[in-house]
Each structure stands twice: as structure tokens, then as C-alpha cells.
Design a binder for this molecule. Sequence first.
Ligand code: ZN
Length: 235
Amino acid sequence: MWYVINDMKMKIIQHLVVVALLVVAQWCGVAAVAQPAAVFTQDTISDALLARMRKGGSWKAETPVALRAELRYLRIQHWDADGQPQVGEMVVNQRIADRVLRIFRKLYEAGYRVERMRLVDDYGADDEAAMQDNNTSCFNFRFIAHTKKISKHGSGLAIDLNPLYNPCVKATGNGANDIQPAAGRPYAFNRQRRKDIPYKIDRKDLAYKFFIADGFTWGGAWRSLKDYQHFEFPQ
Ligand SMILES: [Zn+2]
């Protein structure tokens, strides 16, 4: 009779039901783990941004005009201290823009935490204040002391990552040390053995691995001083 369902038809129906369930399950699964669209963009320095950098102080009176064409404004998705997605800002040299976006995209995909990523202009271009706030940043124009050579940060070729917990440590003689930021002193010593330092950068750290793999060098490997937050691109 017409309504008799033979074995073959039954198998086809069962198959269709299973496929339908799989499609629904996958759709629910994707919906459950939906992430905000990740932002990783680069642009040239607009007039408005240049005005902001002049006012904030990362762009100084002595900054060569030609540097503007070399710089790029990045927007970078990252996970903050609470594990919330944020879109940070960074000004870097165009020579490293693609690399920096690639590195931070990989860090984002790995769940790596970067507490804050604002332009140093939000701190009046005061490095100490920005580092104390654990702000990750790159460009802040300056010459190397007593020279007319532009520093790595002044060229937008160095990045300081989670700097409060990865301070710059410089021996000043007689067992004394200069720590930048000063508030980073609790995280400055015996770092290799310690497991109580959040955001710790060492040779096992994922950021270290990604920066090194993309051609950067690490300030934590220097001998004259240890700059654990600092990654720079060779000239
Ligand atoms: Zn640095």
C-alpha cells in the first residue's frame, strides 16, 4: 500500500533526520561560541590623529615631518585583564605594521591577555605613567640621549608589552637598580624561578615566541640592562 514504508525508505528518512540534527547542533554550537568580529586594521596618520599626537606629546616639535608618512595607526583586538575583548590602538612604523598585526592576531586567537593598549598620548606621552598603568604601546618620539639619532620607540620600531609586570631593570652600581616603571619593582627580580608574576614575558612566553619568530629582538636578552617588556625590530 502507498503508506507502507519499506526498509529503504526508512533508512533514507533516518539519514535525513540525522543530517538535520547535525546541522542544528552545529548551528547551536557556532552560536554558543560566537566571538565579536576581530579588528586588525592599519591606516595612515590622519590630520585628526596627528593633532591628537601633537597635543598628547608623542609627536614633538623636533619630530621630523617626513616621519608621518612612515607611521601607521593600528587598531588591534585583544583580551583585557578580565578576559573581555577590547580594541586597542597603536602607532607603529609601516615597516612592522603587517608583522605587528600578525603577531597580535595570533596572540588574540591564543587567548593571550594584554591589559591595555592605548596611545601614549592618553598619558601626556609620559612613559612612566603609561608603564605604571600596564599600557602596551610603541611610538613615542625621542632622540637617544645626547645624540640626534632617533630611538627605536621614536621611530615606531619597538613595542613595550604589559610593562608594569615586565619592567626595565638597570643596575646603577653598589647593588642598586633603576626600575622602570618604579611600580614594577616587585616583578623585577628572580624572574626565572617565579610563577607569581602575571603577564610574565620569558623565553617560554607565547608573545616572546611570536615576536622572535617575526624577526624582533627582546630586551630581556640584553646584558647591559634587562628590558623585559621591550621587543624591537632591527634597522
Ligand atoms: Zn621599550
